[in-house]
Write a protein that binds this ligand. Structure first.
Ligand code: NG6
Ligand code: CA
Length: 514
């Protein structure tokens, strides 16, 4: 009897032990899901939460109201590719000479041996996915779109990828899933050429009568769905995307990814295409903003975000998911098509009070909407901490207990979680391979040759023959250049800038400080 009792006790003990092994307590706080929702060309002032009154973004505003809304949140660059590069690698984009706006045929610019945000998360057991815009190059030159395209997102840390290769205005105008063009008919192979058209094929330049959207500058090569694009494309008819359905299509991809990996932990990088050109709202959003297609696609993007957040809520994931919302660079109105963005703007100010816009060294180029949200963990509030998308790698690494860091990506986790108003001390910002410097309340732009205004888009670039120094607290619109009246501050800023940026170019050195 005694023996049986002893064995029974052991059996029960083993059973209990097994049970607790089978269902380990979920480490909800150290292994939250991570979602980055990344819009394309959305300006600081384009959302209600940052003061927009002429355009309604209730879902983004709700996200902001339930999380931390950053008033000093930055992209690393005033254009797409460099900002995305910095976000995913934690490295300043000006350290990689290939991190500039890429054609659809460009090779991958992230080294397959480089640290990346998704790789770091994979090392901690995360499943990692990207749905949406990539624009970091694919393959290693001369891509054959009819075979599996590699290396790409799957070789730099993503377990799953469903992407558009470059931009909505560049060929190839197809979706690519884990390296394979979706719906490709092998009997109708894709050919891409960024220099020459294919014999006998129409183009926006030669056949304006075939276009439903008119090009203003650039964008006059192959016509797809009535829209002339950058670059020539032949074949791949069945694989071509539908522009007006793109937002819904990526939404479904993001929702499906979440549902499939809800047992987590997962990382989803959701690259939305709005409000980049060509602006192609689904018909149900046409006319909804009163501002033409640019406003309409912002309304569409806001709705999409609302639907996506609803999915997280329905799946019971909101309390176990850190959501980061931002934009890859600042706003632009006419970026190459006649789409009434300028004509119908009315009183709306896409950059808020900030000077410049996309492509600019002035604030509006990089100072973008930035929100973090994590229900039950992040206390709602507004933060003026200086934070940059490049900091996500090291900060999230600290959150999930990884020791992976990079030199340029700083641990500002407490700022991201709303526990501290202390962000980074300073930051170098990039626009078209030129750089500016941000520290404390101050912004400094070194002297640069080049046009003051990029005429086609009507945006001030920040180029000037002299140093520019602005006190952003007193002068957020960068109207009063204090470089000559506050030499001490200018010297301090140049020293801080040079410490990060290193030796400056010859053309800058030529200009005397005193
Ligand atoms: C520019 C395009 C612009 C846009 C941009 C990339 C022309 C004249 N302009 O070269 O329309 O596509 O590249 O935007 O072609 S980004 O947001 O991806 O950086
Ligand atoms: Ca962009």
């Amino acid at each position: 009897m005694k023996k049986i009792h002893w064995m029974a006790a052991l059996a029960i003990g083993v059973l209990v032990g097994c049970k607790s092994n089978e269902a380990p307590k979920k480490e909800s706080n150290s292994q939250p899901n991570i979602v980055v929702i990344y819009t394309d060309d959305l300006g600081y002032g384009d959302i209600g939460a940052n003061g927009a009154t002429e355009i309604k973004t209730p879902n983004i505003d709700k996200l902001a109201a339930g999380g931390v809304r950053f008033t000093n949140g930055y992209a690393s660059s005033a254009t797409c590719t460099p900002s995305r590069y910095a976000l995913l690698t934690g490295v300043y984009p000006w350290k990689n000479k290939n991190a500039k706006i890429l054609p659809g045929t460009a090779p991958l610019i992230i080294g397959t041996d480089q640290i990346t945000l998704p790789k770091m998360l994979k090392s901690k057991g995360y499943h990692t996915g990207i749905v949406g815009k990539w624009h970091l190059g694919l393959g290693s030159g001369n891509v054959n779109w009819n075979k599996t395209v590699s290396p790409g997102p799957n070789e730099v840390g993503f377990d799953y990828s469903y992407i558009m290769a470059a931009t909505q205005d560049r060929v190839p105008t197809v979706y690519i899933e884990n390296g394979d063009v979706v719906n490709l008919d092998p009997n109708d192979p894709i050919e891409i050429d960024y220099k020459n058209n294919f014999p006998g094929q129409t183009s926006g330049k030669d056949n304006p009568e075939l276009t439903t959207m008119k090009w203003h500058h650039g964008h006059n090569n192959t016509i797809v769905n009535g829209i002339p694009r950058i670059g020539y494309m032949k074949g791949g008819e069945a694989a071509k995307w539908s522009d007006v359905d793109m937002a819904d299509h990526f939404l479904k991809g993001a929702q499906d990814y979440v549902k499939k990996h809800k047992d987590g932990p997962f990382f989803l990088y959701y690259g939305m295409q709005q409000p980049h050109v060509p602006r192609t709202p689904h018909p149900r959003f046409v006319g909804k903003s009163g501002m033409g297609p640019r406003g309409d696609v912002i309304v569409e993007a806001d709705w999409i975000i609302g639907e996506f957040l609803k999915t997280l809520e329905e799946e019971g994931l909101l309390e176990n998911t850190l959501i980061v919302f931002s934009s890859d660079n600042g706003p632009v109105l006419n970026d190459g098509y006649y789409d009434d963005a300028v004509e119908k703007l009315g009183k709306h100010t896409p950059a808020g009070v900030l000077r410049g816009g996309k492509y600019s060294l002035y604030e509006a180029g990089t100072h973008v909407p930035f929100i973090t949200s994590w229900k039950g963990t992040i206390k709602p509030g507004v933060s003026d901490a200086l934070v940059c998308q490049m900091d996500l790698l090291t900060s999230i690494s600290a959150l999930v207990g990884s020791d992976i860091t990079t030199n340029d990506s700083q641990n500002v986790l407490n700022a991201f979680l709303g526990k501290s108003k202390q962000g980074r001390q300073d930051l170098v910002l990039e626009a078209s391979s030129k750089t500016a410097y941000r520290k404390g309340d101050w912004a400094m732009i070194p002297p640069y040759k080049g046009q003051a205004v990029l005429k086609q888009v009507n945006i001030e670039l920040g180029n000037a023959p002299e140093y520019q120094l602005y006190n952003l607290k007193e002068d957020p619109s960068q109207q009063n250049n204090l470089a000559s009246s506050n030499k001490a501050k200018l010297e301090e800023m140049i020293a801080g800038y040079t410490a990060i940026r290193g030796a400056q170019s010859e053309e800058i050195k030529e200009i005397e400080l005193h």
